[in-house]
Ligand binder design. Structure first.
Ligand code: ADP
Ligand code: MG
Length: 630
């Protein structure tokens, strides 16, 4: 199948490179290529089998790994030796996944919370990169077997919301499997390519890609102009997918019989059987009105369930999953909001993932956007097919595309009182550059600490610290006078460069923030979720911190003013000021924002008459503007 050429200079045989496209999925993975004759993308499969390889690895007692359908059989019976959803652990530390620790039925090591997670099977330890490499090796072998040629180059897809360390981990997994990963492509971009979107030079459109897989859901808003794909926003739920539909079906059946899940899980074999039957029922209902378990043999089990119990109508199924579908539609609305668009701005909707075969899902998405959806390409294969198209582009058989990216989380720095001051909001396109001016808090302050954070919370302590440096050598000036300009620049490779410059003196400092393992790998989704959950208390804390900072500043300024201008102030004024200052000093030690504000106001009231007489420009400057800690 592969082309063979002869190098005229050396006389040696040259083989045209076959670059494959790989969808490394949470639930299923597969390989696709551009067919050398038809020039159309095709998913590779051995005769009479599925193109999908379940992303599951089973280890036997000797540590030998099996991958795919074979490994899937051990899911319920040997949960501790059977690794599923390894993709969820890519580029993560234990801290990042501990809230979902129950999800993993195998052992995720929790001793060193900030370094990358490991999985323990027997007495062996595996990193998520190694685990993913087992799946990639299997895919590579399959492709070589089918194509009868070595496969060493690949394009691999990742979710649009993957951060740098997750992307790097995916690359490393490829390398470990003996693959040269030529490019990491966003899944929604690949899916759009498979529909031929963006392949025409003057094609300009806005696309919503709705991807509902086995365990995850995401929606991406893309904009294509001149063959350039730009991700405008992403949203979703990393713990919502078709597996949840299966679970609801099982619960429904158990409920009908008055049985509990605990009872079921005492009989592992039955649990495994029911799991498979539930999935079968769900798939059956994608093209039928009712599911009836027809096998005549009784299910061997301890709960005396009979096959007569395993019946489900499409109406009942739709009612079961309606709340989950609603959740995905809310995410679609949020993604549109982040992209500052409405449903009317979406030209094309692309359906991805096995679970979009459920008619109720398709109908809900179509109703929300008010348009027909694109579902003619097999939703299990569409991402891999698009990856193959991208691979073909890289092989030089097609024109190239530029892929722009977005920042998944906000970037900012720490200001007085530990507040997060966002310079680059999440979902910003990169490359990008943002600058902002800051000033000093104390007279004669010669240094400023620039601490860079990533996240959505109002207090930096709840976000992720990326880097820190000191701007030193600021010449002595009264507080508020220095003008420090901080610039955040993210280049096309996603590397952030932070510079700080004192504009009056020209003192300058900069730092490069390279994406690093264990540093930038808290779960993006979780952080976004936290920022919503804590939004109210964050706003309150921010208000308190701001009131306190302002109160403290007024105290400093007043004190300075008093010593400098004592001769202009009457004794009564001095006394009243001292009392008001004392009251404010006490108030700032307390947790009451309103009290601090009242006392600040009262001090202002007392000092206003004489302050107005003598306040000079430098001091008024000190009362304005944001301050960074010394
Ligand atoms: P992932 O991208 O997470 O690897 P997939 O896109 O392969 O996942 O989707 C797998 C999910 O799709 C599973 O939950 C599977 O049961 C579901 N699925 C596959 N075919 C159908 C169908 N015909 N009807 C409903 N769900 C289906
Ligand atoms: Mg997928």
């Amino acid at each position: 199948m592969a082309k063979i050429g002869i190098n005229i200079a050396t006389g040696s045989l040259q083989q045209a490179e076959m670059i494959v496209g790989i969808d490394l999925g949470t639930t299923n993975s597969l390989v696709a290529i551009i067919h050398p004759e038809t020039k159309k993308p095709v998913a590779l499969k051995e005769h009479g089998t599925s193109s999908l390889v379940p992303s599951i690895i089973h280890f036997d007692d000797y540590g030998n790994a099996s991958v795919g359908e074979e490994a899937k059989q051990y899911l319920e019976t040997e949960p501790q030796n059977t690794i599923f959803s390894a993709k969820r652990l890519m580029g993560k530390s234990y801290n990042d996944v501990k809230n979902n620790a129950n999800f993993f039925t195998y052992k995720v090591i929790d001793d060193n919370t900030d370094s990358l997670v490991k999985v323990q099977v027997g007495n062996q330890f595996y990193s998520p990169i190694e685990l993913s490499s087992f799946i990639l090796k299997e895919l590579k072998q399959r492709a070589e077997h089918i194509l009868k040629t070595p496969v060493t180059k690949a394009v691999i897809t990742v979710p649009a919301y993957f951060n740098d360390s997750q992307r790097q981990a995916t690359r490393d997994a490829g390398k470990l499997a003996g693959l040269d990963v030529l490019r990491i492509v966003n899944e929604p971009t690949a899916a759009s390519l498979a529909y031929g979107l963006g392949l025409e030079k003057d094609d300009e459109r806005t696309i919503a890609v709705y991807d509902l897989g086995g365990g995850t859901f995401d929606v991406s808003i893309l904009k294509i102009t001149n063959g350039i794909f730009e991700v405008l926003s992403t949203n979703g739920d990393t713990y919502l997918g078709g597996d949840d539909f299966d679970r609801l079906i099982i619960q429904h059946w158990l409920q009908e019989k008055g049985l509990t899940e605990e009872e079921l899980h005492k009989d592992k074999q039955l649990a495994q059987t029911l799991r498979l039957i539930a999935e079968e029922a769900k798939k059956h209902l994608s093209s039928n009105e009712v599911f009836e378990y027809t096998l005549t043999s009784l299910i061997p089990n301890s709960l005396h369930l009979t096959t007569n119990d395993l019946r489900l109508s499409i109406t009942d199924f739709n009612a079961l999953i309606a709340p989950l579908i609603d959740k995905t539609i809310t995410s679609c609305a949020d993604a549109l909001k982040d992209a500052e668009l409405t449903t009317a701005d979406i030209d094309t909707i692309v359906m991805v993932g096995g679970s979009t075969r459920v008619p109720a899902v398709r109908n809900a998405v179509s109703a929300f956007f008010g348009k027909e959806v694109n579902d003619s390409v097999n939703p299990d294969e569409v991402v891999a097919l698009g990856a193959a198209i991208q691979a073909d582009v890289l092989a030089g058989n097609n024109k190239d595309f530029l892929l722009l990216d977005i920042t998944p989380l906000s970037l900012g720095l720490e200001t007085m009182g530990g507040l997060m001051d966002v310079l680059i909001p999440r979902n910003s396109k990169i490359p990008t550059k943002v600058g902002r001016q800051y000033t000093t808090y104390k007279d004669g302050q010669s240094g400023m600490r620039i601490s860079v954070f990533q996240g959505e919370r109002d207090l930096v302590k709840d976000n992720r610290r990326l880097a820190e440096f000191n701007l030193t050598g600021i010449p002595g000036m009264p507080a508020g006078l220095p003008k420090v300009e901080v610039n955040f620049l993210i280049n096309a490779d996603g590397i952030l460069v932070v510079t700080a410059k004192e504009l009056r003196s020209g003192v300058e400092q900069s730092i490069e923030v390279k994406p690093q393992y264990g540093l930038t790998d808290a779960e993006v989704e979780q952080m976004l979720l936290d920022s919503i959950t804590h939004a109210k208390s964050d706003i309150q804390t921010r208000a308190l911190v701001e009131a306190r900072t302002e109160g403290e500043q007024i105290l400093t300024v007043t004190e300075k003013f008093l010593t400098k201008n004592a001769q202009h102030i009457s004794k009564d004024e001095m006394l009243a000021t001292a009392q008001a200052m004392q009251a404010l000093q006490l108030a700032v030690t307390m947790e009451d924002k309103n009290l601090i504000q009242t006392k600040t106001e009262e001090l202002n009231e007392v000092t206003r008459p004489f302050a107005e007489r003598a306040m000079d420009a430098a001091i008024s400057g000190a009362m304005k503007g944001k301050n960074i800690m010394e």
